[in-house]
Write a protein that binds this ligand. Structure first.
Ligand code: CMC
Length: 427
């Protein structure tokens, strides 16, 4: 099967069929409008492949997720976040020398400009850290105007390193700002995750003990979030980047897209939902009923996925890790018991069964973040920190594609046809 035949009225159009390395097939409609005058419409892109990509493969029916061909469970068990970042961005696992110099680069660029630090002072204390992140990451571009040309390979490389290195510093500073503590500067002796935890939790008066179990847990969570092919925020990064706006601008837009409760913002919503259930004492069955009620906008946060219709492989790993990490840290969290009860009730319910709604990556991740001491309003920032290498890899792949075009969807107009101007103020 190498082409599809489309018949419109009495005319036939031959449309090429392209095939991916995992045998997925797509009808290529690139030339359809030029040939027939018709566009396709697919609200919410349920059935639209926006690009070809060699980065991440996922099969929603079989619950498969692989970065550059490597199954997510193997990476979760054996790799570190910075190694996975390299894999996603450069397409292969780094050897010892490559990893050494990569990590050194990410360490060397962690400081942020002193003037940028002053910007933090302009936000109200209660500002959501995702708003701060988006603003700060966009603002980075103002300091590097001589080296942010996406079409220049050297500029691309330096922007990638700066972003990955500075993101945790900015994230930790935004947290410190929200609690009124002084910012803690990065320490070059610490690795990526340990450095982040130190910037979050040490204070000038007292060192923070860096527990290797916590660092391991953080590596795991960030790896699981590192890429997920053409989701809402990644597509946003690609779309903004396709205009040749700089990488900082594209990532800043991606952060805004991730913030929403239907996307990365769900991890914060899950914890808030579990807390509310605990506080109200409502039985989980009632919560499940409320989530099914079409007269209400309430949805079970952390449930359902556009692509996974069987199970989310990341949720499986996180659920197991949740038990292990909490046990190792000697934490008994009543919210974990509520989450498990809720999952059990929902999975037995016909509404959730019929719609193939399962716990997603956000359902248990918040319970681990909570155990690590991360505040709830920082959960989506943690997601963004994990997703950063994926956004960068997807942007780089797009920019380096010689056939790259600016993203520009069509529409079908449904407004008024031509109408004359009549001054409404005189009526
Ligand atoms: N609770 C109750 N009903 C739900 C839920 C839910 N969590 N998710 C979907 N449904 C229902 C929805 O009402 C609809 O029912 P009906 O067919 O009767 O109208 C049906 O299931 C299909 O839902 P949809 O919104 O058309 O499906 P979608 O593929 O467009 O949306 C989703 C996927 C993730 C946005 C959605 O499942 C959702 O809103 N989940 C809660 C938010 C969430 O956990 N988001 C994190 C996603 S995973 C991490 C990430 O990628 O950011």
């Amino acid at each position: 099967m190498s082409e599809a035949l489309l018949k419109i009225a009495d005319k036939e159009y031959k449309l090429p069929i392209i095939e991916g390395s995992e045998k997925e097939k797509a009808v290529d409609i690139t030339k359809l409008r030029a040939q027939s005058g018709l566009v396709t419409i697919d609200s919410g892109y349920l059935n639209t492949g926006a690009c070809t990509s060699a980065i991440t493969f996922l099969d929603g029916e079989l619950g498969i997720l692989r970065y550059r061909g490597i199954p997510i469970d193997q990476l979760a068990e054996k790799s570190t976040f910075t190694e996975v970042a390299y894999l996603l961005i450069y397409g292969k696992l780094p050897n010892n020398t490559e990893l050494g110099s990569w990590n050194e680069n990410l360490t060397k660029h962690t400081l942020i400009h002193e003037d940028l630090k002053r910007l933090f002072g302009g936000f109200p204390k209660e500002a959501h850290p995702m708003a701060i992140m988006s603003c700060m990451i966009g603002s980075l571009s103002t300091y590097y105007q001589d080296s942010y040309d996406p079409e220049n390979p050297e500029h691309r490389e330096i922007s990638i390193r700066r972003l990955l290195a500075k993101f945790p510093t900015i994230a930790a500073f935004s947290f410190k700002k929200s609690i009124g503590q002084p910012a803690i500067h990065p320490k070059n002796s610490l690795d990526y995750c340990a450095n982040f935890m130190n910037m979050m939790f040490s204070v000038p008066a007292e060192d923070y003990h860096i527990d290797p179990e916590i660092v391991k847990a953080l590596n795991l969570l960030l790896i699981l979030h590192a890429d997920h092919e053409q989701n809402c925020s990644t597509s946003t990064v690609r779309l903004v980047g396709s205009s040749l706006a700089n990488l900082y601008a594209a990532i800043s837009a991606g952060i805004c897209a991730l913030w929403g409760p239907r996307h990365g913002g769900a991890n914060q919503e899950v914890l808030e939902m579990l807390n509310e259930i605990k506080a109200s004492g409502k039985p989980v069955k009632q919560i499940v009923e409320e989530a099914k009620d079409k007269n209400s906008t309430f949805r079970l946060s952390g449930f359902g996925h556009r692509v996974y219709k069987n199970f989310d492989p990341r949720a499986k790993i996180i659920k197991k890790a949740c038990d292990t990490i909490l046990t190792k840290m000697g934490i008994k969290d009543p919210l974990l018991d509520i989450a498990k009860e809720l999952e059990e009730a929902a999975l037995k319910d016909q509404y959730f069964v019929d719609r193939k709604l399962y716990p997603n990556v956000d359902f248990y991740s918040g319970i681990i973040y909570r155990a690590l001491g991360i505040p709830v309003n920082m959960f989506t920032v943690m997601f963004a920190m994990g997703r950063l290498p994926g956004w960068i890899a997807q942007w780089k792949e797009m920019i380096e594609d010689p056939n790259m075009k600016i993203g520009r969807p069509r529409q079908i107009y449904t407004g008024p046809t031509e109408t004359s101007y009549e001054d409404a103020k005189k009526k």
